[in-house]
Design a protein around this ligand. Structure first.
Ligand code: PFF
Length: 437
């Protein structure tokens, strides 16, 4: 039998996991959701959800992958028997479903990058509507979707070390550097302070109890950390025994939150400085594909260059996420049917492409997919916390003890995973379903 692939280094694993977490969800989701009225209250709830609920579950997913050394489809069964097969299915379905519409949005991103460099961007809100119409319909959507999926497949076909780790190793530092440069530039805009205070750092205590703000915090935390759909199971199955998972999970979560904040510090100054406030509230993607190109275009040629930087960076962030989504079905097909990596990659890519066709054609369909799969992520998180907190708690404990992680940290995580995560996630799930309906 083939030996299971392994990461070249712990740092490579952390970068790949952070790459999965940091994606389009950070660049538009964070800003959009904090602008829906939540502001600082959203941010506070988000951090609480991450620390109390997501970290123990994130470590749980990692333990599940490492201790079984299996793909996400098989790992739950290996850990706790056949009755956990549905969780494997949930992982496979959710990852393919999310990638199917994620690739469509990646295509819009690539198209906007292309327009920034070669064609030009809209300069007012009227033109912005037409621009978005153009990039999100007709032939160009399919070209973008296919291109994004093909690039994703090529990287995943390169394997864990030669494809995924190699790409994230140079992409993540580049991404962070670009973000910093753009955030510093945005802070010099006339509307910068106004942007920070009216969206990101606005404090309204009543928002802490608002249903939509609570749902937003849960959704954003799970989506942004790529939690609940087996990605971390897949990535951790290539780990060795001595990685200190709690520390690595904390690094990933901190990096992910920092990128979300930095992205907001780019978006809102632009939005306020160029009078594009209404475009942000209009739709989830409004701020990214309508307001931002228009804002950049107002600065002439220099603005188009900045736009190319921003959308180039967004594409890099997206591809380090899409490869992690594809790795879930790929590693599962390889293990289930004994297929070679190449065959699994192209089969999975074809399936994802076909599922994605309705999202490419209809924005409404894409929106519904987004809402439904966001709820499935939370359900996945709930099942993982029950599996490792209640069904096989010793696995969690033994695995973490085996890598010599700090005992107090271990006790905290164990307690949270058992007693706090399940009820809190169940609460978040119920609120999300009610709010969705
Ligand atoms: N975390 C990525 C983002 O924020 O864009 C995308 C993503 C990957 C979402 C994997 C969900 C997921 F399961």
């Amino acid at each position: 039998m083939d030996q299971r692939e392994k990461w070249q280094s712990s740092f490579g694993f952390v970068l790949a996991a952070a790459g999965s977490a940091v994606g389009l969800g950070n660049l538009w989701g964070f800003a959009y959701r904090s602008s829906q009225g939540g502001g600082l209250a959203f941010l506070l709830l988000y951090v609480l959800v991450v620390l109390i609920v997501c970290l123990p579950v994130l470590v749980g997913e990692m333990v599940l992958g490492r201790s079984t050394a299996s793909s996400p489809f098989i790992a739950p069964v290996k850990a706790a028997g056949d009755s956990w097969k549905p969780l494997g299915w949930l992982f496979a379905i959710a990852s393919c479903g999310i990638l199917s519409f994620y690739a469509v949005i990646m295509g819009w991103t690539a198209d906007t990058f292309f327009h920034s460099l070669f064609i030009g961007l809209p300069i007012d809100m009227n033109q912005a509507g037409d621009f978005f119409e153009k990039i999100s319909s007709g032939k160009s959507v399919f070209i973008g979707q296919i291109l994004s999926l093909a690039l994703t497949a090529l990287v995943v076909a390169g394997g864990v070390r030669g494809g995924i780790e190699r790409l994230t190793r140079w992409c993540m530092p580049l991404l962070f550097a670009l973000l910093l440069i753009l955030a510093i530039w945005a802070s010099t805009l006339s509307g910068a302070w106004d942007g920070y205070t009216s969206f990101l750092f606005r404090w309204e205590p009543s928002q802490l109890l608002d249903k939509t703000t609570i749902r937003n915090a849960f959704t954003q935390a799970f989506f942004s950390l790529s939690l609940g759909i087996g990605i971390m199971v897949a990535y951790s199955s290539y780990l060795s025994k001595n990685n200190k998972l709690p520390k690595e999970a904390l690094t990933v979560a901190s990096f992910d939150t920092a990128v979300g904040l930095l992205a907001g510090m780019i978006t809102f100054p632009i939005v306020m400085s160029f009078g594009l406030k209404d475009a942000v509230g209009a739709s989830t993607i409004g701020s990214l594909f309508i307001a931002l190109p228009t804002g950049f275009a107002n600065l002439g040629v220099f603005g188009r260059l900045l736009a190319a930087l921003f959308f180039g960076l967004a594409f890099i962030a997206a591809i380090t996420s899409s490869i992690s989504l594809l790795e879930v079905p790929v590693s599962s097909l390889m293990e289930q049917f004994g297929w070679r990596r190449h065959k699994a990659v192209w089969m999975a890519t074809l399936i994802v492409f076909v599922i994605g066709i309705p999202s490419a054609i209809s924005l409404d369909f894409l929106g519904s997919m987004d809402s439904i799969f966001n709820v499935l992520l939370i359900l996945g998180g709930l099942l993982i916390s029950i599996l490792l907190g209640w069904v096989v708690p010793r696995k969690y404990d033994e695995d973490l003890a085996g890598c010599n992680s700090n005992q107090r940290v271990r006790r905290y995580l164990k307690f949270m995973l058992r007693w706090v995560s399940p009820p809190v996630i169940a609460f978040g799930l119920i609120i999300s379903i009610i709010d969705l309906i």
